[in-house]
Design a protein around this ligand. Structure first.
Ligand SMILES: *[C@@H]1O[C@H](CO)[C@@H](O)[C@H](O)[C@H]1NC(C)=O
Ligand SMILES: *[C@@H]1O[C@H](CO)[C@@H](O)[C@H](O)[C@H]1NC(C)=O
Ligand SMILES: *[C@@H]1O[C@H](CO)[C@@H](O)[C@H](O)[C@H]1NC(C)=O
Length: 623
């Protein structure tokens, strides 16, 4: 096995695994399959979500009647800006576009659920069979797209897929929607069949048990962990959070902890993905609090392993920061979200971000400089105290508050907007760092972490000791009080003190560098179809909505501290940075230019506009 690694290191090509050959995630065995004929990594993957295919969609019907009945403006490729689901013409054209434009340039696909229509037409209620058929249709689409060579049993043509696809349960992939009982159940069993082409063979049993699994997309280096967020979801009345040992949410978190522990011991990294994101603000709370608590703790303790996490469900493009200092907030009922309430939710995020610790000097002028590695953490710098001037002390205080120069107090979850045109149909291509992967890849010391991880049974005290590194005296006082409460679960060990920051924090192999958000302007396309400008066999083009490294977001990578910086910029008072923004920036941020454009924080404006995929008039929302 060692020689295979060596050979590969020399031949300088590692790549995404066809699923059938994926390696068991076991503690004893590193990756060891034949990797010969794979194409090299391209450093890109696709994140696509919430297709909501609907066979009943009829162009020309009423948008108030689910685009199924009546007479109305429902367009050929879908009714943009409505709650109607996606016609198959849109789904088919999206796959056609991916085939023509992305197929050969991506390493894997993150597909975050809701692959059936909504239950929004009382005249035609959904059936379990319809949900299964729609999901089969979608699975088949991926298989057709990525299968190499012919096979009769396409659902089983696993080993022939050129690109791994990783699915996950959406709250509309089951019936009744949102309600997902403990596994094994009929849904986990049924989807184990439907997703046979995507779930590695050694993970099938796990999947039937709980609806979650791991897929090693870069063997021995990178795993994608598909979470079953139905067990965390507040609206799932069949389960009750992650605290009680007999809850599937508890079991899920235990499984996740063990997976991350194993990945750490193998010196591997992990991307987490799921359908319902861990939104938690004064306006919206998606997960049971006990699940959020564990998730945030796991993300923090395994911050050397987790590359990032990706979700769908909410249909709006945004991100959230999980604060490992666990601010206590009021929870809120989960209602059906109108655009206004979604805007309120986005504003509540902005409110949260406005209380992020702020850097001492002029806001963000010297942010990168302050954030640069020139920083002595806690103990060391206290000893050298006198040598530092006042400015340095302020810097240190700020950095201490955010968990050091890499902002390790926080973790980030990204939410991609939907393919179903609640606004415009959208998809995302994420670029990640593959520099030096060839060299580093197989020379890693697989035992380097094991010397530090001797016991799994850490108690809360150990965890608190670690956390006190980054907290203020007030927080520490409060923590002392909390210390008495010991948790009924194993608290994961933090990274070894000598471990370098993980790929979510400092740019290295597998770090996300940027993404390009694409959208299809259905208003224009439907109009052109209706007026015959797109011919008899109309097609869809996706175009670039924005890139994270553009003039507005200015993110030099997608590390947590880049998101921290963006969040803080979004939260800034209006106009605070006005003169630093050129006209072109304002134009780029403003997709729906109107005369009454108010002078307003450009980053906030862009964030809002992008949340609604450029569809909504941002001035109306801001007023
Ligand atoms: C979509 O593609 C499927 C094959 O994948 C085909 O059977 C179906 O007729 C197509 N539907 C539309 C509306 O193009
Ligand atoms: C990738 O990470 C390496 C450090 O391992 C860094 O030197 C390089 O600049 C990064 N590549 C990009 C494109 O950011
Ligand atoms: C979409 O197309 C319509 C009609 O051509 C246009 O008015 C609108 O500005 C476009 N929207 C975006 C975000 O490009």
């Amino acid at each position: 096995m060692q020689s295979i690694f060596l050979l590969l290191g020399l031949s300088a090509a590692i790549s995404a695994t066809p699923l059938g050959q994926q390696v068991p995630l076991s503690e004893t065995e590193p990756a060891g399959q034949v990797l010969a004929s794979r194409k090299p990594l391209s450093g890109r993957f696709l994140h696509i979500t919430d297709f909501h295919p609907d066979r009943l969609y009829k162009p020309g019907t009423s948008i108030d009647r689910s685009c199924h009945h009546g007479v109305g403006p429902a367009g050929y490729f879908g009714a943009e800006g409505t709650d109607c689901d996606a016609p198959l013409s849109l789904v088919n054209e999206t796959f056609r576009w991916i085939e023509d434009n992305l197929k050969d340039n991506i390493d894997f696909v993150i597909w975050t659920g809701d692959s059936a229509r909504h239950d929004n037409d009382e005249k035609v209620p959904r059936s379990a069979e319809e949900i299964v058929q729609l999901n089969k249709f979608m699975a088949q689409k991926w298989i057709e797209l990525f299968s190499q060579g012919q096979s009769e049993d396409t659902l089983a043509a696993v080993s022939k897929l050129s690109v791994p696809v990783i699915p996950t349960f959406g709250n509309n992939d089951i019936m009744p929607h949102n309600i997902f009982d403990e596994g094994p159940n009929k849904w986990t069993k049924r989807f184990a069949e439907i997703w046979k082409g995507f779930i590695p063979e050694d993970q099938r049993h796990t999947f039937v048990e709980g609806g979650w699994f791991t897929s090693e997309v870069v063997p021995g280096r990178l795993a994608v962990i598909s979470l079953n967020t139905m067990y965390f979801y507040d609206s799932n009345s069949a389960v009750d959070g992650c605290n009680a040992k007999d809850e599937p949410g508890y079991e899920h978190m235990e499984w996740l902890r063990v997976q991350l522990k194993i990945l750490r011991s193998r010196n591997m990294k992990a991307i987490l993905m799921g359908h319902v994101p861990p939104a938690r603000s004064s306006e919206k709370k998606n997960w049971d609090e006990t699940c959020w608590q564990k998730y945030t703790l796991w993300m923090h303790q395994y911050r050397d392993v987790v590359v990032g996490s990706l979700y769908g469900h909410m249909n709006i493009d945004h991100f959230m920061l999980q604060d490992s200092n666990k601010v206590k907030i009021a929870s809120d009922a989960d209602g059906k979200a109108s655009i206004r309430s979604k805007a309120n939710y986005l504003e509540s995020l902005r409110d949260q971000w406005s209380s992020l610790p702020s850097p001492p000097t002029d806001v963000f002028k010297n942010f990168d400089e302050i954030m640069s590695g020139n920083y002595n953490s806690g103990v060391t710098s206290a000893k050298k105290g006198k040598k530092h001037n006042k400015k340095d002390k302020k810097k240190r205080k700020f950095l201490d508050k955010i968990g050091g120069p890499w902002a390790e107090r926080y973790s980030v979850s990204l939410v991609a907007p939907s393919l179903v045109p609640n606004y415009f149909p959208s998809l995302r291509v994420v670029e990640y760092n593959i520099t030096d992967l060839e060299n580093v890849a197989f020379g890693a010391d697989l035992t380097s972490y094991e010397t530090h991880t001797t016991s799994d049974d850490l108690d809360y005290t150990a965890h608190e000791t670690f956390e006190s590194d980054t907290s203020t005296p007030e927080v520490q006082k409060k923590k002392k009080k909390d210390k008495k409460k010991k948790p009924n679960f194993k608290v994961p060990e933090p990274p070894s003190r000598t471990a370098p920051p993980g790929p979510a924090y400092s740019n290295q192999a597998f770090s996300w560098l940027a993404y390009t958000q694409y959208f299809a302007n259905l208003t224009q396309i439907n109009h052109e179809v209706a007026t015959g400008q797109r011919g008899d066999d109309p097609r869809i083009d996706f175009e670039v909505a924005y890139r994270t490294d553009d003039d507005v977001y200015q993110m030099k990578d997608l590390t947590v501290r880049s998101y921290f910086k963006l969040a803080a910029r979004i939260a800034e008072e209006d106009e605070a940075d006005a003169d630093s923004h050129s006209d072109s920036r304002i134009r780029a941020a403003d997709w729906s230019a109107t005369d009454k454009k108010k002078p307003i924080n450009t980053a906030w404006r862009a964030f809002l506009s992008r949340a609604f995929v450029g569809f909504e008039d941002i001035d109306d929302l801001i007023d």
